[in-house]
Ligand binder design. Structure first.
Ligand SMILES: Nc1ncnc2c1ncn2[C@@H]1O[C@H](COP(=O)(O)OP(=O)(O)OP(=O)(O)O)[C@@H](O)[C@H]1O
Ligand SMILES: [Mg+2]
Length: 236
């Protein structure tokens, strides 16, 4: 694997990111960067080849991102004490946080991508999808939306009750659909239940998703959804 293979991405990544990509690929996490899935405000997401399959390489932008906002988000999190308000450190912590959150969610048996490695501002994880990344719920509706919702809300409940995490950026943009099943992604914002006012984040997530599913034909009552997720009654 030569550094040349990354040269086409040279205008996208700074030197330190290129070095990290080179290192991760020489450690065998992926072979070659393939194509961008989404060039976002905070992260650039690429597919990369690995043997006959593909993985996802998520690269947090060290320049264009709103690191003040990220700092405000991270600072009250007891998992990251002594955080300095330094651009690079914030981004690296942000990437580590997503990696950790994915591991915790995975262990609780929730449908999320398995994280493989994190180094600096780069996270390598399982690609949800067959040959290509799966579509987002925003762009593809399930055939059986009720069944889909049931399995989605079970995962949100597991996330809360077992993993003790709140996604905090839940929307139809961060749910992928594969074989009519939900996969929750984008865990960089996710917070633990030790975070101040974590209930506000949970309520916001649930309101957004309840509205979305109701727009698509379900007839959910927000209060019941909240109760299901937090109390564990079987009534959805
Ligand atoms: N593991 C994955 N498998 C398939 N597609 C993925 C995966 N992770 C991300 N994607 C695709 O890339 C897009 C952007 O990813 P993601 O939501 O994690 O980044 P983002 O919204 O830029 O993140 P952030 O809010 O941290 O800046 C997703 O909407 C999805 O289409
Ligand atoms: Mg996202």
């Amino acid at each position: 694997m030569s550094k040349k293979k990354f040269s086409t991405f040279g205008n996208v990544f700074d030197d330190s990111t290129l070095r990290i990509l080179f290192k991760l690929s020489s450690q065998g996490y992926f072979d070659e960067m393939l194509s961008p899935v989404l060039i976002g405000k905070e992260a650039n997401v690429f597919t990369a080849s690995k043997g006959k399959g593909k993985v996802i390489v998520k690269i947090y932008r060290t320049q264009a991102c709103d690191f003040n906002k990220m700092y405000d988000y991270l600072a009250p999190d007891p998992r990251f004490p002594k955080l300095k308000k330094n651009r690079r450190e914030i981004i690296v912590t942000w990437a580590r946080k997503e990696y950790r959150n994915l591991l915790i969610a995975r262990k609780a048996g929730i449908n999320v991508p398995t994280p493989y490695a994190v180094n600096g501002n780069v996270l390598v994880m399982e690609m949800i999808g067959k040959d290509e990344p799966a579509k987002r719920l925003k762009d593809r509706l399930p055939e059986d939306i009720e069944l889909f919702y049931e399995s989605f809300i079970k995962d949100v409940r597991k996330l809360y009750k077992e993993a003790k995490l709140i996604h905090a950026d839940l929307s139809e943009y961060n749910v992928l659909i594969l074989d009519d099943k939900p996969y929750i992604i984008d865990f960089s914002h996710a917070i633990s239940m030790k975070y101040p006012r974590f209930v506000d984040f949970l309520e916001r997530d649930l309101k957004i998703m309840t509205k979305f599913f109701n727009r698509k034909g379900l007839n959910l009552e927000y209060e019941k959804v909240l109760k299901y997720v937090t109390d564990g009654t079987e009534d959805k």
